[in-house]
Design a protein around this ligand. Structure first.
Ligand code: PMP
Length: 443
């Protein structure tokens, strides 16, 4: 019974925060979609390794050798976690944003890119230098596949093409039909990269099973600390491209030429795109997180999270003033990410009240997915919609939204407190006034 499973221990689970109403309360971190708290086990693994870390690929000393082994073994751990194909490469980056920008720089000449307008900016924007087609927001998963098929059918069938798609939306939490989109892409000779920033922390990702060509994700959303990310998948485009960064580590040999210039022979392994001293701790932490999630039993985590999603969904469904945002319908399968607006409330003020009066940390805004949130809210593309946006009065449209997100470390009490707080705020109105100062909402 998922209700009886305990959450995984995470950092910060005992942190208390002051309430504007007086007293203090344990912090309810309900902004996992921005950054999840690190698993205690990941932190402990990193702490155990920290005294031994050294420069990788460079030093002759014992600790450098040890660190190099751990760094390189981390690729294998990540490849196993993602169920990669033989021959796939795991490139360590700084984040999902970094991974997708890397891939954008590795596109073959003349590559066409297809991306839905509903993407996070990290997967929407890196393709601006390529020939990119933005696809309209679909209203069902099968419409997404049809839209993509139609766009691909019109393309030059002989040139290279790439589709970029999110696995789970950072706004609605909805799951996208990745396997079907991958099949459509391949049927038209295109490749596909999966933005798994929000999918990987909530759901096992199989590169082989989904048949995607690349996958990108971030450590700080996968229960590891900040600073590291992954791009994993096909080696060919990556190895044919210029190095993402020029420098040591990416180059095999460098020699002066007779004409005074320099000749460089670049690596053909993942190192080609990892110039400079790598983030050893960050990479070790990502691998530790992959192991911790696998050891915990990902299926159990998925079942428990589904139970939390249902609690939030049914709780909010009982508040008619709350409108949950969705592209594919309120009952569409989703990970632990939900955005909503509250009639008569400015979303920033609502989020500020949840923090100040209940110790609940959510996010408000447009979530780095401006076109999607504007589509969902039906707002004008010119509307700014940020903290301090005009108050939405009954019948008016909000310009931004509130997002609640959770995962493996979330106890039931946090989502119960959240649902209770929403009900109370809607019933009683704000007991404090919230205003905007320096872009921040304060009581
Ligand atoms: N894609 C999605 C779907 C995301 O939610 C995010 C982060 N909000 C990113 C990409 C970018 O991740 P990062 O900020 O770690 O680069």
């Amino acid at each position: 019974d998922p209700c009886c499973e305990a959450p995984l221990p995470v950092l910060g689970r005992d942190v208390t925060v002051p309430l504007v109403t007086g007293g203090e309360v344990t912090y309810a971190a309900l902004d996992y979609a921005a950054s999840a708290p690190a698993l205690q086990r990941v932190w402990d693994d990193v702490a155990a390794y920290a005294p031994y870390y050294g420069s990788v690929h460079r030093g002759a000393g014992y600790l450098s050798q040890l660190s190099t082994d751990l760094f390189e073994n981390s690729r294998t751990t990540v490849a196993e976690f993602l169920d990669c194909r033989p021959g796939d490469q795991v490139v360590f980056t700084r984040s999902t944003t970094d991974s997708l920008n890397l891939l954008a720089r590795a596109l073959p000449d003349g590559c066409q890119v297809f991306v839905f307008e509903t993407e996070h900016h990290a997967s929407l924007l890196p393709w601006q230098d390529a020939c990119v087609t933005y696809l309209d927001a679909p209203r069902t998963p099968s419409q997404a596949v049809e839209t993509l098929e139609r766009a691909l059918a019109d393309r030059d069938p002989y040139g290279p093409a790439l589709v970029c798609v999110t696995g789970a939306s950072n706004v609605t939490g909805e799951l996208w039909p990745v396997r079907e989109l991958a099949a459509a892409a391949h049927a038209h000779g295109a490749r596909i990269v999966l933005d798994a920033a929000q999918l990987a922390p909530h759901h096992p990702v199989s590169v082989t099973g989904l048949d995607v060509d690349w996958v990108a994700f971030s450590g700080h959303k996968l229960y590891a600390p900040f600073g590291s990310g992954v791009l994993a998948g096909r080696a060919d485009w990556l190895q044919d491209a210029d190095p993402y960064l020029a420098g040591g580590g990416a180059s095999r040999t460098v020699a002066r030429r007779a004409d005074g210039g320099v000749d460089v022979e670049w690596h053909t392994t993942a190192a080609r795109h990892e110039a400079g001293s790598p983030n050893v701790i960050g990479v070790y932490a990502i691998a530790a997180a992959c192991k911790a999630l696998t050891d915990a039993g990902f299926d159990r985590l998925v079942a428990r999270e589904r139970h939390l999603v249902e609690k939030v969904r049914t709780g909010l469904a009982g508040v008619p003033q709350v409108k949950v945002l969705s592209l594919f319908g309120d009952d569409a399968p989703r990970v632990g990410v939900l955005s909503f607006v509250v009639e008569g409330w400015n979303s920033s003020h609502f989020a500020a009240a949840l923090s100040a009066e209940y110790g609940i940390g959510v996010r408000d805004g447009l979530f780095c997915a401006h076109p999607l949130v504007r589509t969902l809210l039906g707002s004008d593309p010119q509307d700014v919609g940020a903290c301090g946006a005009p108050e939405a009065r009954p019948g008016e449209r909000s310009l931004n939204a509130i997002r609640v997100s959770f995962g493996a470390g979330t106890p039931d009490e946090h989502v119960d407190r959240f649902v209770g707080a929403v009900k109370e705020l809607v019933r009683d109105g704000a007991r404090w006034s919230y205003r905007t100062e320096d872009g921040r909402c304060v009581p």
